[in-house]
Design a binder for this molecule. Structure first.
Ligand code: SF4
Ligand code: SF4
Length: 287
């Protein structure tokens, strides 16, 4: 009993020792920080970042909102929709979302609403959202929508300062409020953006990549078709003044006299015909 009580006492002393160490380190770091306040080398990170780092000693209070901690790349708050950069050559500001509705289906608290666009000429649905809403107060920041989107069109934002006094109007984010340029995603999540680019096969939207590949393929086929074919062999016509070619000699017809399958009368006639043709040929040659 006495041994156990002594052991517990040691634990308390150890804990107090750790607290005291932090207390001393905090002041030691504060003094060092003030002395080196202006000695930051470019690229070495600011003193503020160093003091927030894992190797920092002592305790440090972040004086939010004047000071803010940088969030890690995988940090996620509410989702946002990716649109093409506004200076994109082919389709500036175009939605990456195809309004397939997968994100709305997988969202656990069902806080996404999508209205699919329609082609005004044909009245048929088109792969663009006409309206897109997310209730950011219901969103639980799970990131499922971003995980399941097959077009990398919805991503989790880093912006966490969304509090306001009017939740009814300010916290139902519409398409305009949700839309952000693709370059914004590349800025806040450079590593993930590169991974996704490699998976898609290019920096562009999947549909654009597919369309370009198709066009390249079609261009290749068209080029193959338009290749000049091998010139047909020129027909060699005899010159007008050239002497007419001698007629090919008529081959002597074989006389199947000995053939038992042929009627002897017919065989004799055939023989006579063959002899007549031979004589005719001989006369021509003699002329
Ligand atoms: S899953 Fe992606 S493409 Fe489909 S509706 Fe949601 S954001 Fe749009
Ligand atoms: S982060 Fe989760 S809760 Fe929020 S909209 Fe996406 S799927 Fe829904």
């Amino acid at each position: 009993m006495a041994e156990g009580g002594f052991g517990y006492g040691l634990g308390i002393l150890k804990g107090m020792g750790v607290t005291f160490k932090h207390f001393v380190n905090t002041y030691a770091a504060d003094i060092g920080y003030l002395l080196n306040m202006y000695s930051d080398r470019p690229g070495s990170g600011t003193k503020f970042e160093t003091r927030q780092g894992l190797k920092a000693r002592g305790m440090y209070t972040v004086e939010y909102p004047d000071e803010k901690l940088a969030v890690p790349e995988r940090f996620r708050f509410v989702p946002f929709l990716i649109v093409e950069d506004y200076d994109h050559e082919e389709r500036p500001g175009h939605d990456w979302c195809t309004s397939c509705g997968i994100c709305a289906k997988v969202c656990p608290p069902q806080c996404i609403w999508i209205v699919r666009g329609t082609n005004p000429e044909t009245g048929r649905p088109k792969p663009e959202p006409e309206a897109f809403f997310i209730d950011i107060d219901i969103c639980m920041n799970c990131g499922y929508c971003a995980e399941f989107c097959p077009f990398d069109a919805i991503k989790m934002d880093h912006d966490y300062e969304l509090a306001s006094y009017d939740r009814t109007t300010n916290h139902i984010f519409d398409k305009q409020k949700l839309s952000k340029e693709f370059r914004y995603w590349r800025t806040i999540a450079p590593t993930t953006a590169v991974e996704e680019m490699e998976a898609r096969g290019g920096w562009e939207h999947t549909d654009v990549i597919k369309a370009r590949k198709k066009a390249e393929k079609a261009g290749g086929k068209a080029a193959a078709k338009s290749k000049p074919k091998a010139a047909p062999k020129a027909e060699v016509k005899p010159a007008a003044d050239a002497a007419p070619a001698a007629p090919a000699p008529v081959a002597e017809a074989p006389v199947p006299e000995d053939d038992p399958n042929i009627d002897p009368k017919k065989a004799r006639l055939m023989k006579k015909r063959a002899e007549m043709l031979a004589r005719k040929e001989a006369r021509k040659k003699n002329k």
